[in-house]
Write a protein that binds this ligand. Structure first.
Ligand SMILES: [Zn+2]
Length: 237
């Protein structure tokens, strides 16, 4: 019995090996206007109220005493809430891309992507899905990006299951909108197995599961990032 289990374990799941121009489409999610408006209006109103109350509380009554000692706090709270509104109204609500190349956020015409293998953990935090790459965390607010969060969760569970702690988000919709992918820049990329510089697009091979990149001449039999097997796909090089 024990031997049998070991044998099964020694055979890793397989992944396809892609070329850069094999990656043609990915899902794209616009921020939900409804969610954004609700968050925005609530925060904006609270901020405005707090600001107004703060200003009023700061007024001096005729007898020389301030109307309220809470004035400065209300003022501060109002400013924080307004700052939050501007954060969510702009920085926190870009369109999101999800696909073979990882998770991307749009910034005008650019897409900033984090590949799946670069994501160390995917977890659910208060009202949001949180992805932790090496740099700054990506926080996907559920009120603004519910469909993107479900899609990211489903893809992450399939691609990097051991790094996921997500429950209760539900399944992604089969109707999630897809767009064509413009070929990503390969400059500054290095082969994950050999550290060879990947300066020529044609030399790039991508793990179909985690997105790790390799030079076509140095593709290992097993992905160094996700442990899936590339067996029999190398002849395509
Ligand atoms: Zn991989």
């Amino acid at each position: 019995m024990g031997r049998k289990r070991e044998g099964r374990r020694a055979k890793p799941k397989s992944a396809t090996l892609r070329k850069l121009d094999d990656v043609e489409r990915e899902w794209r999610f616009e921020p939900s206007a409804g969610g954004l408006q609700v968050v925005g209006v609530v925060v904006m109103s609270l901020g405005g109220l707090a600001l107004g109350a703060g200003v009023y509380a700061g007024l001096i009554l005729e007898d020389g005493s301030p109307t309220s000692k809470f004035g400065p706090y209300l003022l501060a709270a109002g400013i924080v809430l307004l700052a939050l509104y501007f954060f969510f109204g702009r920085g926190g609500a870009q369109p999101i891309r999800v696909g073979d190349l990882g998770v991307g956020t749009e910034d005008g015409d650019d897409v900033h992507r984090v590949a799946w293998y670069q994501i160390q953990s995917v977890s659910r935090v208060e009202g949001a899905l949180k992805l932790k790459p090496v740099g700054r965390a990506i926080v996907v607010p559920l009120a603004i990006h519910p469909a993107a969060a479900r899609r990211i969760a489903a893809e992450a569970k399939a691609r990097i299951p051991e790094r996921c702690e997500i429950e209760g988000l539900g399944k992604p919709s089969a109707d999630d909108p897809q767009v064509e992918v413009e070929p990503p820049q390969v400059t500054n990329l290095r082969c994950a197995a050999s550290d060879t510089a990947l300066s020529i697009e044609k030399d790039v091979r991508i793990c179909g599961a985690c997105g790790a990149v390799y030079h076509r001449k140095h593709v290992p039999s097993v992905c160094v990032e996700c442990g899936r097997s590339f067996a029999r796909k190398r002849s395509a090089a």
